[in-house]
Design a protein around this ligand. Sequence first.
Ligand SMILES: Cc1cc2nc3c(=O)[nH]c(=O)nc-3n(C[C@H](O)[C@H](O)[C@H](O)COP(=O)(O)OP(=O)(O)OC[C@H]3O[C@@H](n4cnc5c(N)ncnc54)[C@H](O)[C@@H]3O)c2cc1C
Length: 458
Amino acid sequence: MDMTNAGKTIAIIGAGPVGLAAAAHALERGLHPIVLEAGSHAGHAVRQWSHVRMFSPWNYNIDKASDALLQGSGWNGPDRELYPTGAELVERYLEPLAERTRLKEHVHTNARVLSVGRVGFDKVKSAGRENAPFEIRYQSGKGPQTMRADAVIDASGTWNAPNPAGVNGLEAIGEAANAPRIAYGMPDVLGGQRARYANKVVAVLGAGHSAVGTILDLAKLKDAEPDTQLVWLLRGDHPEKSFGGGASDKLAARGELGKVFAQLISSGGVRVETGFWLTHISPAGTQLRLGAGSACCGRHVHVDELIVATGFRPDLSFLRELRIALDPALECPPSLAPLIDPNLHSCGTVRPHGARELAQPESGFYFAGMKSYGRAPTFLMMTGYEQVRSIVADIAGDTEAAERVELVLPETGVCSRPVTASSGSGSCCGGPVPAEVDACCKQEADVKVAGAKGCGCS
Ligand SMILES: Cc1cc2nc3c(=O)[nH]c(=O)nc-3n(C[C@H](O)[C@H](O)[C@H](O)COP(=O)(O)OP(=O)(O)OC[C@H]3O[C@@H](n4cnc5c(N)ncnc54)[C@H](O)[C@@H]3O)c2cc1C
């Protein structure tokens, strides 16, 4: 390690799993992390989906440097083969990590970052910029505060910025006005929100894991409250894309979820509306009228409640004074985009990556965790742990460790079309990647070797 980098201060935005892991890696390297968390406790975003059972087992959910800190505090760790809920992730891992290890004095809760800049430099001024410390403004219980840091890792996630219901990525007309009957993400329909959804007509909009999980929970609610009616609204025409990788998914729980969901849909227990391009939401008596294409006429559905599960987007507003480069479509670091772009990759498998892919024109600033994926889906926290291991090594000046890849990610087994004779069999998109090619699946490797771009099976 370059000793001139020892003792550097790193501001870490967000005390989610990845922000805390970044702080643990920083401590391990003798750096000084300061974690600013908007919520009243670490793991604030995970607490919002505490009822959801995770599809990755403990083995994949615990960061190495955090594990070492916890072991030193007499932690009674969980069985690594089990699958925690969000609540268990908080209680058994994030809370002890933030409150019962050396991290405690480095984590500041009720501290919402409002803006980040560089001392003495507005966005336009260049000469000497890279040597100026960062200035971070945040709101605490005591009012506005300022701190300085040598580097900043933005691990603030995307949970607070769900995508709207409108098909164009814009709010549907009437979406804000009808907000009391619309929920975003994964409301706890079997727990705290049960009364809101029991015996109601409930539409779920979306086709990803959150939509699938919510529909499965609503189906359980319907078993107990038989007048509950379910409507699944999909923008696309292929419900089977939501059935997942099944047995090909290396995360067995995620594969299993898809299988159960496929059975539910084929049983006819859910009204499925494919190709539904929601544009208008308006009141209709005691219900909501969800219109595709027009406010008055044309295709529409009447429901009591709408749950929007169309993914998330990063909040970039507080980074306005920094020089940030983003992929125009995904709003993620440009070098990361080809690895995670759902337009190019039909399989969700992503190779590990680190500081090189996450670096920004603003030297010393990095995105990490869920936020680093921008609008792309299928983020795994173990990807984030590898990101921050590499980023912190980079900040510490250990280039060799920053470049090294220390993680093998599980394949999702998810393809945008079924595996065909031409794409091979036995695994997603033609089988495992040959070791000498940097690709997400065999088909992408073949395409790359041939000098072209993309996955080839999408
Ligand atoms: C329902 C659901 C289920 C999931 N299941 C899995 C799974 O099984 N396995 C898996 O690997 N991943 C899963 N994920 C993805 C998962 O969210 C992440 O892997 C993990 O939570 C990402 O951690 P993070 O630290 O990047 O972000 P987050 O957990 O979102 O943490 C970000 C933190 O930043 C804080 N913050 C936000 N804005 C500010 C600000 N301006 N200032 C200060 N603090 C701020 C937030 O309050 C939050 O605490 C799931 C996600 C969801 C929504």
